[in-house]
Design a protein around this ligand. Sequence first.
Ligand SMILES: NC(=O)c1ccc[n+]([C@@H]2O[C@H](COP(=O)([O-])OP(=O)(O)OC[C@H]3O[C@@H](n4cnc5c(N)ncnc54)[C@H](OP(=O)(O)O)[C@@H]3O)[C@@H](O)[C@H]2O)c1
Length: 259
Amino acid sequence: MDLGLSNKTALILGASSGLGFAIAKCLAEEGAQVVLGARQTERLDKALALVKQSNQTATALPIDLQNSATMEAAEQAIRKLTPDILICNSGGPPPGGAIDSDLDKWRLQFEAMVINQIRCIRAALPHMLEKKWGRILVLASSGVVAPIPNLVISNSLRSALVSFAKTLAAEVANSGVTVNTIVPGRIATPRVAQLDQAASEREKTDVASVKQRSVLTIPAGRYGEPGEFASVAAFMVSERAGYVTGQMTRVDGGFIRSI
Ligand SMILES: NC(=O)c1ccc[n+]([C@@H]2O[C@H](COP(=O)([O-])OP(=O)(O)OC[C@H]3O[C@@H](n4cnc5c(N)ncnc54)[C@H](OP(=O)(O)O)[C@@H]3O)[C@@H](O)[C@H]2O)c1
């Protein structure tokens, strides 16, 4: 199936690692001109070099969603870039429970996970509306469907961005712009490996046991592969998915039990 991405420009945030990187690579392989966004330039350059192996047109855009002081320049760069496709993604917030989580952490993460992602979306939108073609895809977490214990900031703030996306989807649906959310269950990225490692150290057990316990909660019996997640994302932002908007698509091996 031709996804119709060969003449499209795609900006992928959080693209130097894990899910964002897999999406950037997949879209580049499908012929899109991809722009990889993230903070640490060394890691970004390495990711860019790998993506360029499949598509020489790839470029990088350093962007720090936690640093609001730099967001005006980032918005200008996005307006200049005029992406047809925007993937909203970033790093995960710190853990914490609802009773005692630090309010300053909430404020910082609200800027990074909600306000500054909305700023990116608003900077990309005018070009999409003018062209009467655009795709916005927000990466969330299973916590927006079934809140994950001890991840109150992630559960709450991702839900805010999902609601923003759903509201926006209806506002721009008749202009050829789709806005959707994609929800990973547990996908085998470097971050998930780090989380398993941290749990094994905390619990003084081996990492294989931690992973086995986690896998037992997934009907598919394994973690997802980043490439499997990226293929679904690529379809969601493709020409083919023009009548799919305001949706939340789960890529979770059956992990979320509710309908
Ligand atoms: N993997 C899963 O199964 C899973 C499940 C549920 C939710 N999620 C969430 O999905 C997102 C991506 O997950 P992942 O596993 O791919 O994580 P990852 O491997 O840690 O990748 C995160 C990416 O975001 C970038 N990033 C982090 N902070 C940023 C900031 N302030 N501004 C701009 N870019 C930033 C990172 O690069 P720099 O650090 O260089 O900026 C990196 O490229 C995370 O929010 C994660 O919590 C993942």
